[in-house]
Design a protein. Structure first.
Length: 456
């Protein structure tokens, strides 16, 4: 009997001594690739019973080796030992699966590292849902900790659902004695977010009451701006581009805390879609969807009602700094400057817009925190930005204001620090600045007049 140690045996030793080898020794030689079953079979000394036992033990070693192979190296080793084994196809498939998973894992790792690098350069490179879907919970927690943000604010984001109200349909619907404040701007110009920030700041730092008119226009919309967008103290959720872009009229009573005299004011947010109408008229084209024409007509009807009314008026025109510097185009292939250029024609040819009881016109640059510099340098850069991109629009507004002795001012506005395009930590400085301007310009009414209305 040959020693159990076969480490020094060669191919010829197995063939020459086949009769004296045990089943285990033969299987060991075959498993190591020193000799093959067919080579031993050709010797004529490899008996049927021994062949049967060797096959059975080889099958068991084959099964055991495959079951234990969980890495690419182990599976490749299995294939080298059992090139004709029972699990060859399974082993090859498993190798491919592991390699695919490793490649996917590597791609995911590289994507994660790339995302983190880009986020450090620009916190708004990715939207919140991309962050949630592509980063692990640990990565998100680490990122938020580094930014000083509660990760739950990101995880709990819910798109604000703004609820709309009816708007005035006739002159009798418009409450008298109010100052109507017009908010103009193309879709996604930032006017809705600015409006929400102004309302929220009014609620927290000043005082608001329901209007002294029977029809509470815009109350639901106003409240949804506040509760849906800024319901976490100084943190807010910004809406995406809404499908519905409607005109809303919102009268209310406003005053400083502790102040007896109160101001009657109404915010009028025009649908950004009206600028598409300006473009159609100025360029003899058609870009408005048919299903939106009636809504836009309603916006213009209300606009004309308010412009004709005897109420005092203030106009805010919102221009998005980022849209222009990033050359953003809409689905019509048009930019913000295209629409404002067309609007310039509308205001140039309608001399009556600022003629009747208009106190002031403001051009407000939103996302102004992106403008370089500080103090006077920043203001200079803002004026340069407007002159370079919106010269015709600005010239028309200035000329109309000069013709009608209306104050004209440029203001900067930022809603605050925005994270992942949808999360905001509000900066009330800009909202407070606009509110203080309104307090200075809008004359308070005698409190007794309000009491008489509510007692009537």
């Amino acid at each position: 009997m040959i020693s159990k140690n076969t480490d020094t045996m060669e191919n010829k030793d197995y063939i020459a001594k086949i009769e004296d080898l045990t089943t285990e020794q033969i299987v060991d030689g075959i498993s190591k690739g020193i000799v093959t079953f067919d080579e031993l079979k050709k010797t004529g000394e490899f008996g049927f019973d021994k062949q049967k036992n060797v096959k059975a033990l080889l099958r068991k070693k084959d099964d055991d080796a495959f079951a234990a192979a969980n890495t690419v190296t182990a599976l490749q080793n299995y294939l080298s030992i059992f090139p004709f084994g029972n699990h060859v196809n399974e082993a090859k498939t498993k190798i491919q699966q592991i390699q695919d998973e490793e490649n996917a894992g590597e791609r995911k790792r590289l994507e994660r590292e790339r995302m983190l690098r880009e986020i450090k350069k620009d916190i708004n490179e990715y939207a919140h849902d991309e962050i949630i879907n592509k980063l692990s919970n640990d990565d998100l927690e680490y990122l938020c900790s580094d930014l000083g943000i509660d990760a739950q604010i990101i995880k709990n984001y819910k798109t604000p659902e703004l609820r709309f109200n009816a708007i005035p349909k006739s002159e009798s619907d418009i409450p008298a004695g109010y100052t109507d404040v017009f908010f103009w701007g193309i879709p996604s110009s930032g006017k809705t977010c600015a409006l929400a920030a102004i309302f929220d700041t009014m609620i927290k730092k000043y005082a608001m009451e329901e209007p002294d008119c029977k029809e509470k226009f815009g109350a639901t919309y106003r409240d949804s701006l506040i509760t849906q967008m800024f319901n976490k103290k100084d943190w807010g959720y910004l809406p995406g581009r809404t499908i519905e872009d409607k005109t809303q009229y919102m009268p209310f009573i406003f005053y400083k805390k502790g102040e007896k005299s109160k101001r009657k004011i109404s915010f009028f947010e025009l649908s950004g879609e009206v600028f598409k109408y300006f473009y159609e008229v100025a360029n003899n084209s058609q870009i408005i969807d048919d299903d939106r024409r009636n809504d836009i007509k309603g916006s213009f009807d209300t606009l004309n009602l308010l412009l004709r009314s005897n109420n005092q008026k203030i106009h805010f025109f919102f221009i998005d700094y980022n849209q222009e510097t990033k050359h953003t185009v809409d689905r019509n292939g048009l930019t913000q400057s295209n629409y404002l250029q067309a609007a310039a024609t509308y205001f140039r040819d309608n001399n009556e817009i600022f003629k009747k009881r208009t106190d002031a016109v403001y051009v407000v640059i939103t996302k102004a925190d992106e403008i370089r510099g500080s103090g006077s340098d920043r203001a200079t850069n803002a004026k340069t930005f407007l002159n370079e991109n919106f010269y015709s629009f600005m010239s028309v507004l200035k000329n109309q204001c000069e013709r009608n002795s209306v104050d004209f001012k440029v203001k900067l506005f930022s809603i605050g620090n925005v994270y992942f395009k949808r999360i905001c930590k509000i900066n009330r400085e800009y909202s407070t600045d606009i509110i203080n301007d309104l307090l200075k310009r809008i004359k308070p009414v005698n409190d007794s007049k309000l009491k008489n209305f509510f007692n009537s």
